[in-house]
Structure formats: structure tokens, C-alpha cells
Design a protein around this ligand. Structure first.
Ligand SMILES: Cc1cc2nc3c(=O)[nH]c(=O)nc-3n(C[C@H](O)[C@H](O)[C@H](O)COP(=O)(O)OP(=O)(O)OC[C@H]3O[C@@H](n4cnc5c(N)ncnc54)[C@H](O)[C@@H]3O)c2cc1C
Length: 511
């Protein structure tokens, strides 16, 4: 399968039936997007013998939100950086993959953060003062966990994390309380506790199942090398390891997906058309919300509502290069906090002296509204703001940063944010609607992971689950739908152990 002649395509697009006449035997599957979930879905199909696949990726690389960049002589991660959820009851598959490749990774130990919390008017807080605030926050969190577990499963009584704090009569309000609160929640979900669902995030399945530890990847090959390694297991590569398989097309921006009971046609921005039996859409929930891709016929209203209700947060990692180090070095100093009265103002900092001694690089993370604000201003302004904060922490005589890197995930039309966050107001049923296929159009991506939305392992597992579901449908010549009453021929589908409990009804395709 490949690009078909544009004139023929224009003729064919008006008649999907004719298009099908050009098809060769066997299911063909187009995968939109070559991030972790798209590649993991494609590999699962390939392993099951479905080799007639075509991956259409908008950018000039694979990996999506796992992306390294060159900065100050280093390779830094502008997207995913941590293997989150390690050393628990279950094995995080990403941890296994990272170890197989011997990625350089460092445990992130935040225990000493209370010795490294800075006031916005200079100096650090007393350790005992910060410990007291952390202890109080931990008590409120434990209360939230108990409350969350007591809520009815349907989600109709879900509350926000902030509401649980209010119930415990503890709403962070001082600069110190706010930065600890930010560190506990916004630093993980990239949205504030007022937005985030208690029931679906506390406790978080990632840490409950895979373990509480997180490992920071600092490897010149990049975290993205996991995706390349996965791709190389089923796509042809050249001697220099670059992927040369014609089933992966880069720079292909999908703008339209036509779907019917007879097949699908995918149109790209450069005027090409591709036809197949099925399409898997692995773009982010932010891209789905942005309508970059038009569906014809349009997605049903219930599906669009579910997509629009879910959260796409913004998490921005700002890197700054300095001529020399002026921050404390040594064990336990890697992470430090800045407690501003303006919640979320350049709050969480990190140095790389352990990973890259002498690199003289700092990383500061901002999220949500601050991220959106920063994306809209010149990087020089962002650097000036960060410098002012650093001078508040370390004094007037620190050197000026010589370089700054500000990734812009929110403005990028192929991402529209960093990762999904489960907002208050979306129950399990609506979440399932967001993930549900529409006829021959299937959806994957981190935002469709049953337990691990927002994470690399969520993207990986969602791709596998979705592909397995599709394989079943192909095998039984069926397709799945959700949320609508079907005509004759509908029945129930049970897939024990699978992730398709949401898909209640099954309809037979006309053959
Ligand atoms: C700043 C940041 C920090 C993060 N930190 C962590 C972390 O520490 N640990 C962790 O586990 N997770 C982290 N994540 C989340 C993690 O990166 C994602 O959950 C995961 O990589 C998503 O993979 P995906 O395949 O679902 O989506 P993506 O990686 O977004 O893949 C989708 C692909 O679709 C392509 N695409 C989009 N539109 C089109 C179109 N119209 N046509 C064709 N192709 C298209 C995109 O270019 C992209 O390659 C972070 C993410 C970001 C951005």
C-alpha cells in the first residue's frame, strides 16, 4: 500500500466503493502518528501477522512527546523524562525497556526538598518549618485517598482534589504551603487541584501498581530511543539504524479521515490519499480537540463531547545555561523549590551536576496558565523572569544565563499540550466513550490508557490493548461501537483479560 496517484485519488474519494476495488486481499491498517502508542499498536499488529500497515507521521521523526533536543552541548529531554512507577508490585514495561537499552537513569530522590526551599525575598526556609507543612499536606492527602476509595464507582460523586482539601479544612494559602501543594499535584498532573479529579488520581494507579519511585533519564541517545528500538523490531532499518521501511511515511499531516462500513480513506495536507480497511488515530487528545483532523462523517456528538471534556495539560521544562555554577552542589541538592506568593511562578528547579558534572545547566518547570503565558512571550522575557527569580534565591551577583530553551508544546499543532489529565466531571463511562472506536476508526494514545493516562507506559500499553482489540474484531469479522443502540445483529462482546470491557455491543460487518 502506498500513495496513490492524486488524480485517481480525487476520483476515488467520492466513491469509497471504487477505492476498495484497488485493495489487495487482507486487512490494511493506517496508523496516524508515530509516538509511543502508534508504534506500539503497529508492532502488535505486525507481531500478529497484520503486516499491511502504513504509519503516517506529521513531523520528520518518530517518538512524538518523547523528544530530545541539543542544548548547551547536552542532549536534554524536552518531553517525557522520567520512568515513573518503579520498584513496585508490578513491572513497569518502560522500566524493562529502558534497562534493556542500558539507558543512563538516575533515581529522583525528593526527600531533602525541605532543606532546599527558597523564600521569594531571599534565603531558605528552616527545614523544620517546611517539614511541618509537608507533614500536614501528607495527612490531607491520606484523608483524600481514603475518601476517594469510599466514593461510588460510577464517578457521579467524584470531587476535585481541592474539594477534599476543603473538607479537611486545609486549603494551602501561604507561599510555602502553595509551593508544597504545587509540588505534590501540579508538578505531576500539570493542572491545579481545583481541576483534577480526586477519584481518578488519588491514589494514582501508576505509583500504586508499578511503585513509588521515578527514574530520570539522562542519556545522549534520548528517552525516545525506546520508541526507535520498538520500531526497529518490525520496521526495516538501514545499517546506520535509521528506519527505511516504506510503511513509515514522515512529514505526512493527516487532515481528513473518511470512513464507511466498506473502508477508510485518509487525506494528508500535501494532497495525498491513502485507503485501508481500518485506521488507528494515535494523536494526542489536544490534537483531537483542535479539529486538525476532520472526520467524514463527523464523529457522533457523544464522542465529540467526551473528547472535549477531557483535560490536556501543559507542562513546560525551561532549560538555562550558565557560565559557572552558583547553586549548592552535592547529594540532596538536586531539586529545589521557589515559594512565591504567585502560585506556580517558576516553582520547581533542578540541577544536573550528578548527571552531567560541569554542565552548568538548570531546569525549571512551569505548568498550566504559566505555560500558556510563557509560550506567548519572547524567550528573552522568560529568561529575564527566571533570572529575577534566581536572584531572589541566590543574590544579585549571580551570572546571567547565556542560553535558554523553552519548548512550546501547547502552541504546536501536532501536540496542543503535554499530557492528558483526568478532570473533575468526567466519569468512567465518558472516559470509555472517549476511547471507543467508531466503526473502522480506532483511537489510541496515552489519553486512552485504562489506568495510566498521561504517561509513556500508558501510551505503550494503550497501543497494545487497542491493537489486540482490533485483531479480535478482524478475526471475527466484526467491528465495535459504543453508546448507541444498534440494529439487528448486535450482540455482546466479552474479552476476558482485555481492555475492552467498555465496548458492550458488537455488530457484524457486511461481507
Ligand atoms: C513536557 C512533557 C513531559 C512529560 N513527562 C513525562 C514523564 O516524565 N514520564 C512519562 O511517563 N510521561 C511523560 N510525558 C508524557 C508522555 O510523553 C506521553 O504520555 C507519551 O509520550 C504520549 O505518547 P502518544 O503516542 O500517546 O502520543 P504522541 O507522542 O503525541 O504521538 C502522537 C504522534 O502523532 C503525530 N501527529 C499529530 N497530529 C498528526 C496528524 N494530523 N497527522 C499525522 N501525525 C500526527 C505527532 O507528531 C506524534 O508523533 C511528558 C510529556 C511532555 C510533553
Amino acid at each position: 500500500m502506498g500513495a496513490i496517484d492524486v488524480t485517481v485519488a480525487l476520483l476515488l474519494i467520492s466513491n469509497v466503493i471504487i477505492l476498495r476495488a484497488f485493495a489487495v486481499a487482507g486487512p490494511k491498517v493506517i496508523i496516524v502518528g508515530a509516538g509511543m502508542s502508534g508504534i506500539s499498536a503497529a508492532k502488535t499488529l505486525s507481531d500478529a501477522g497484520i503486516k499491511d500497515i502504513l504509519i503516517l507521521e506529521a513531523t520528520d521523526r518518530i517518538g512524538g512527546r518523547m523528544r530530545k533536543a541539543s542544548f548547551a552541548g547536552l542532549k536534554v529531554e524536552v518531553g517525557a523524562n522520567w520512568v515513573e512507577g518503579v520498584n513496585g508490585l508490578e513491572m513497569n514495561p518502560i522500566w524493562e525497556m529502558a534497562n534493556k537499552l542500558h539507558l543512563r537513569q538516575f533515581i529522583s530522590d525528593f526527600r531533602n526538598i525541605s532543606s532546599n526551599t527558597y523564600k521569594d525575598n531571599g534565603g531558605v526556609y528552616l527545614r523544620s518549618e517546611v517539614d511541618k507543612v509537608i507533614e500536614e499536606a501528607d495527612k490531607v492527602k491520606s484523608y483524600g485517598e481514603k475518601l476517594s476509595k469510599s466514593l461510588p464507582l460510577g464517578g457521579h460523586e467524584d470531587i476535585s482534589i481541592l474539594a477534599s482539601q476543603r473538607l479537611k479544612d486545609h486549603v494551602p494559602s501561604t507561599a510555602l504551603e502553595m509551593v508544597v501543594d504545587y509540588f505534590n499535584y501540579d508538578y505531576e498532573f500539570a493542572e491545579p487541584p481545583r481541576v483534577t479529579s480526586l477519584q481518578n488520581t488519588v491514589p494514582l494507579p501508576t505509583f500504586a501498581n508499578f511503585g513509588k519511585e521515578a527514574y530520570f533519564v539522562a542519556d545522549q541517545r534520548g528517552f525516545e530511543s525506546l520508541v526507535y528500538d520498538l520500531a526497529a523490531q518490525f520496521l526495516r532499518t538501514a545499517k546506520n539504524s535509521s528506519i527505511v521501511d516504506p510503511r513509515l511515511l514522515l512529514g505526512k499531516i493527516v487532515r481528513e479521515i473518511r470512513h464507511a462500513t466498506s473502508g477508510v480513506t485518509v487525506a494528508t495536507e500535501d494532497g495525498s490519499f491513502y485507503n485501508a480497511d481500518y485506521v488507528i488515530v494515535s494523536v494526542s487528545i489536544g490534537v483531537l480537540q483542535s479539529k486538525l483532523i476532520k472526520f467524514k462523517p463527523d464523529l457522533p456528538r457523544w464522542k465529540k463531547l467526551a473528547i472535549c471534556q477531557f483535560g490536556m495539560s501543559v507542562y513546560t521544562k525551561i532549560f538555562l545555561k550558565f557560565p559557572h555554577r552558583f547553586w549548592p552542589d552535592g547529594e540532596w541538592t538536586q531539586h529545589f523549590l521557589y515559594a512565591s506568593e504567585r502560585r506556580g511562578y517558576y516553582p520547581v528547579w533542578q540541577h544536573f551536576e550528578k548527571q552531567n558534572p560541569g554542565a552548568n545547566v538548570l531546569l525549571v518547570t512551569v505548568t498550566d496558565e504559566e505555560s500558556r503565558r510563557i509560550e506567548q512571550q519572547p524567550d528573552s522575557q522568560t529568561k529575564a523572569e527566571a533570572m529575577e527569580v534566581l536572584r531572589n534565591m541566590f543574590g544579585k551577583h549571580i551570572p546571567e544565563a547565556t542560553d535558554v530553551l523553552v519548548p512550546k508544546w501547547w502552541s504546536d499543532r501536532f501536540f496542543k499540550g503535554s499530557f492528558s489529565n483526568w478532570p473533575l466531571g468526567v466519569n468512567q463511562y465518558e472516559y470509555d466513550q472517549m476511547r471507543a472506536p467508531i466503526g473502522r476508526v480506532y483511537f489510541t494514545g496515552e489519553h486512552t490508557s485504562k489506568h495510566y493516562n498521561g504517561y509513556v507506559h500508558g501510551a505503550y500499553l494503550a497501543g497494545i490493548d487497542l491493537a489486540n482489540m482490533m485483531i479480535k474484531c478482524i478475526k471475527y469479522k466484526t467491528y465495535l461501537t459504543h453508546g448507541i443502540q444498534l440494529a439487528n445483529g448486535s450482540e455482546y462482546l466479552n474479552t476476558p483479560g482485555g481492555d475492552s470491557s467498555m465496548f458492550r455491543r458488537l455488530i457484524f460487518l457486511p461481507t
